[in-house]
Design a protein around this ligand. Structure first.
Ligand code: MBD
Ligand code: FE
Length: 303
């Protein structure tokens, strides 16, 4: 089609109104429709293809997988890149890199002081001890900082979404001690894979892609006066550590993992099987007026 024909029709749609509008929504939808018309035209999308795409979106919503396809297509990481850029422009310096939240956070996990045990003692995965400090950008500890942590079990599944796990298994909020220190005992997570029969994996397969994430642990780290950090660490030995379907791996988020088997080490930690340790410090940039310092709003599960 000729471009003016597309433009004219798009203009007719955007010019149609019979009452007050939300101007922001209207501007985005007007633009989206024009871009969609151009795409359909230039790529010669057939009606069959178009209606198949509509069925796909319906299925995606019904399966509650929108939050899974968004990271899978790199859109959630793209939002991170834009947020990084905004913060750079506002002069917000340094700090632990952010990376995506993903769709599996659940609000309301038990709050613990200084340390926590995350697992309910039913998972025979490798025992994991993780510790570290929450620091400001000068390297000073932030006492009382809040470290929310959540991760998958040794089969790659998250409590709440996996009803076979106990409530808030592998989810806690830890309040850092007077030295800004947090520590927890848990079990080593496994990587996550998209449901093999779900719409996200269906599209990934059509794109010639897998739907696997490396093993990882999620965090929200916050303290008054600092910008809330959403991040994850990745488990170094995982074969997918640099091949994440959600594009969330970043430099600075792959700490060393030490594996301990010596009887004396087991004795010291009060455990009866080999364990791993990870030490990781979080650095929070100071809040600035022009950038929201708290967690951005999005739909989140709450138990
Ligand atoms: C996850 O565990 C996750 O963190 C993301 C981003 C997507 C799917 C599963
Ligand atoms: Fe995850």
């Amino acid at each position: 089609m000729n471009k003016t024909q597309i433009q004219d029709f798009a203009k007719r749609i955007s010019g149609t109104r019979s009452g007050p509008a939300n101007e922001r929504v209207k501007a985005v939808v007007d633009r989206m429709l024009f871009d969609l018309f151009v795409l359909i035209d230039e790529m010669d999308v057939t009606p069959e293809e178009f209606w198949a795409a509509c069925s796909y979106v319906t299925e995606l919503g019904k399966s509650n997988e929108i939050g899974l396809l968004v990271p899978g297509l790199g859109v959630e990481h793209f939002l991170d890149l834009r947020q990084d850029e905004k913060e750079r422009a506002a002069g917000m310096e340094g700090g632990t890199p952010r990376t995506i939240e993903g769709p599996l956070y659940v609000a309301g996990a038990p709050v613990c002081q200084g340390e926590a045990r995350l697992d309910d003692d039913t998972d025979d995965g490798e025992i994991l001890f993780m510790d570290g400090r929450v620091l400001d950008s000068r390297g000073n500890p932030i006492p009382g900082a809040q470290v929310e942590v959540w991760h998958a079990n040794s089969r790659g599944n998250y409590s709440y979404f996996d009803p076979s796990q106990s409530a808030f298994n592998l989810r806690r909020t830890i309040i850092a001690d007077a030295e800004g220190r947090y520590r927890f005992r848990s079990i080593m997570p496994s990587g996550y894979s998209c449901p093999p029969d779900g719409p996200t994996q269906t599209l990934l397969t059509l794109l010639g892609r897998h739907g696997h994430r490396p093993a990882h642990i999620h965090f929200f780290v916050s303290a008054p006066g600092y910008r809330t950090l959403t991040t994850q660490i990745n488990i170094k030995d995982d074969p997918y550590v640099h091949d994440d379907f959600a594009f969330a791996t970043r430099d600075g988020l792959i700490p060393d993992v030490a594996h301990h088997t010596e009887p004396a080490a087991l004795h010291d930690m009060g455990v009866n099987r080999p364990f791993a340790t990870i030490t990781f410090d979080f650095t929070l940039p100071a809040a600035v007026d022009s950038i929201p310092g708290t967690l951005g709003e999005r739909p989140r599960a709450a138990a």
